[in-house]
Design a protein. Structure first.
Length: 309
């Protein structure tokens, strides 16, 4: 008699490879000044992203700061006199994390003066007698700008004794004590959170036109027909646009664009290519532009008129 014996292992160990990512190498500070700290490290082959942790003025209270997929990170808007501590982990596609790197630290002292700002645009406006000049400028590369000082003068000789205002935005609408036909010059200075100031910008200037004066059709008038518009030009050479609209829908019927060298003189503009209906009210206004500019400078109010054959 032959006996067959079956052998069975009930406790076979399930060996698996540990696929946790490696701790990133080369974690270090590459720069620290003016309220910003730059961190860098060497990318891992088996990592998808990196979690950075930060603690302020101690190595105990670390909090998650950011996740990034690159090999560097710039921490900005920091206090100049605080010391910032950092450590990080690598994370793979399976969301497994490495151990922490060593701790690195830096204090981002305020060292450099802000770079000189650059003004993008100046736009004067006279909207039916309401005067303003809008300035826009590009954002500084500096990350610690606190505000901008705005200076205004009627000549290009600035004293810089006192700014007309301080703003934290990248634009200013100036509407204080302005007069039409007066040249206004502007410069601005960037000030960082430590009080360091940039060099002033190059000056820009512009002038607010006076309003054109509508003559025909006069406001709230009844006319038999419309063959032309008449108005008195501004006191400066300008480009013009006459806008004709329907009063009930405010839909523009037609625009008449032209240039004029006349100053404070009556001009006539043929009202060609339009077909106005009797006993209907229409609106018209005049817009004046600096020559070769697309920004309106002075804009009249709408005048109403009705066709009464």
């Amino acid at each position: 008699m032959i006996a067959f014996v079956s052998c069975r292992e009930d406790n076979v160990s399930d060996f698996s490879l540990d696929n946790s990512p490696q701790i990133p190498m080369g974690f270090s500070v590459y720069g620290a000044y003016d309220g910003m700290i730059g961190l860098e490290w060497i990318l891992n082959n088996n990592s998808d992203s990196y979690n950075i942790y930060r603690s302020v003025n101690d190595t105990i209270h670390f909090k998650f700061l950011v996740t990034t997929k690159t090999n560097n990170y710039l921490d900005i808007n920091l206090d100049y006199d605080s010391t910032y501590y950092y450590k990080m982990k690598a994370v793979n596609l399976d969301k497994k994390e490495s151990g922490f790197t060593k701790i690195v630290f830096a204090t981002p002292k305020n060292i450099y003066y802000p770079t000189r700002p650059v003004i993008e645009n100046i736009s004067p406006k006279n909207i039916n007698g309401s005067l303003s000049i809008t300035l826009k400028w590009y954002q500084n590369y500096d990350t610690d700008i606190d505000y901008y000082e705005i200076y205004r003068d009627t000549t290009d000789s600035f004293s810089f004794e006192k700014p007309i205002t301080k703003v934290k935005t990248l634009f200013l609408e100036d509407n204080v004590n302005l007069k039409p036909l007066q040249n206004y010059f502007y410069k601005l200075i960037a000030v960082d959170k430590g009080g360091l100031k940039s060099q002033p910008t190059l000056s820009v200037s512009s002038k607010i036109f006076d309003l054109p004066i509508q003559v025909f059709p006069s406001n709230n008038s009844a006319i038999k027909s419309l063959s032309e518009f008449r108005f008195i030009t501004c006191s400066e050479v300008a480009d013009y646009k006459i806008i004709l609209q329907e009063s009930d829908t405010y839909i523009t019927i037609k625009e008449f664009q032209f240039s004029s060298n006349k100053k404070k003189e009556i001009v006539s503009v043929a009202a060609s290519g339009i077909n106005l209906q009797p006993r209907k009210t229409y609106l018209w206004k005049v817009v004046a532009y600096l020559p070769n500019s697309s920004e309106p400078n002075s804009v009249t109010d709408f005048f109403k008129f009705t066709i009464e054959p």
